[in-house]
Design a protein around this ligand. Structure first.
Ligand SMILES: [Zn+2]
Length: 375
């Protein structure tokens, strides 16, 4: 179905989308934006617009696509006012192209489908006043017949953050960690620069906290531990960038014939999610619980031990979730859990092949002693 998107302002959004599609996601980008409302909607008004699902925005469809495309980027993207930019030559050039665009005979076609992890649909419950809710619900029903909203699940469907979790939640997520994941992804998607990094004083973005900060022992120790554990299972550790964290639910690991390796895929998702989540939690402890007092910051051994603890908790949950007596159809498949953790366990040779019901099963990485203890 062709949707006609030629509303005022659509040209500038379309131009940015074309530029984004021709650039690698890891190249830093400075966008000179002429329209003040577009600049605001991409920065300080973004959270508000998403809360109401861009309801009254004339370029609602394109704006959602644009924001999703911008979120896919893992390098710095900055937005400047064209009029205030020192680069007058580029501004002139852009204006000339825009004028050419206005008299074109053919129209441009843009992909309006958004990859699942970047799609935020629905509006926040407390934001919606009744009439906007009905308008939004009607809109949703017209647009996607397959998404049959019933009164029963409407609240959940419309709750934006729940929907921002990434790919469709699996039964396993909804069983034990939907809240944790939801809360974390909400932070990731809405994290703005709140000021300077408490470790190195550079501007603090989620990307910086999780991956970029050179002064962060948490990021260094945790990603190394994840890599070390992974290498007991597989041959090479993938490059982790911000977009692989955002999209970790969609990752698939395949063998040389292109067939999905179920256990490896699952393990990678667990490692990326648990690692990113722990780095974020430690950052919150540093700034909130310890109030920025460096004396109290976690030592490398503490960080390493917390990571091992987090992974062992996942392993424990995984074992418990195979209990079909308790979880019925939602129980995890024993075979998948065995495949996920095979080769990674402590004293694995001494365990029976089906170790699911054994107590005390742990990953084969030893916690480190605290400093000062005699060995
Ligand atoms: Zn930093």
């Amino acid at each position: 179905m062709v949707q006609y998107l030629a509303t005022p302002g659509a040209g500038e959004v379309g131009a940015i989308l074309s530029a984004l599609s021709s650039l690698p996601v890891n190249a830093p980008l400075q966008l000179m934006v002429k329209s003040p409302s577009l600049r605001k909607n991409l920065t300080k008004n973004l959270v508000n617009q998403e809360d109401i699902d861009w309801m009254d925005h004339p370029n609602r469809v394109l704006m959602k696509v644009l924001v999703a495309q911008l979120r896919k980027r893992c390098a710095l993207t900055s937005i400047v006012d064209t009029n205030k930019s020192a680069d007058k030559t580029s501004a002139k050039h852009a204006l000339a192209l825009a004028k050419e665009g206005m008299v074109k005979d053919t129209y441009d076609i843009f992909e309006t489908k958004i990859d699942a992890p970047f799609e935020i649909s629905g509006m926040k419950l407390h934001i919606g006043i009744q009439c906007t809710f009905y308008k939004n619900i009607r809109d949703l029903q017209i647009k996607s017949k397959q998404r049959r909203l019933t009164n029963m699940n409407m609240a959940r469907t419309l709750y934006a953050i729940g929907e921002a979790n990434g790919a469709t939640p699996t039964s396993e997520q909804s069983l034990h960690s939907a809240y944790k994941i939801g809360e974390f992804w909400d932070k990731i998607l809405h994290y703005e620069n709140r000021g300077k990094c408490g470790l190195c004083s550079l501007p603090e973005s989620m990307d910086h906290i999780l991956l970029e900060c050179d002064a962060s022992s948490a990021s260094r120790v945790i990603w190394k531990a994840a890599k070390d554990l992974w290498l007991k299972h597989e041959n090479s550790w993938p490059d982790i960038c911000f977009s692989s964290i955002l999209r970790c639910n969609l990752i698939t690991v395949c063998d040389s014939y292109g067939k999905e390796k179920v256990g490896a895929t699952r393990l990678l998702k667990i490692l990326i999610f648990e690692s990113a989540h722990l780095i974020w939690k430690l950052r919150c402890e540093r700034t909130i619980k310890f109030g920025g007092d460096r004396e109290k910051y976690h030592s490398e051994n503490e960080i390493y031990n917390k990571w091992i603890h987090a992974i062992n908790m996942r392993l424990k949950f995984d074992r418990l979730l195979t209990d079909s007596m308790r979880y019925g159809k939602k129980a995890s498949k024993i075979d998948t859990v065995l495949k996920t953790w095979s080769g990674l366990l402590k004293n694995e040779d001494d365990l029976p092949d089906n170790w699911i019901r054994q107590t005390g099963v742990l990953v084969g990485m030893t916690p480190r002693p605290p400093p000062g203890r005699l060995r």
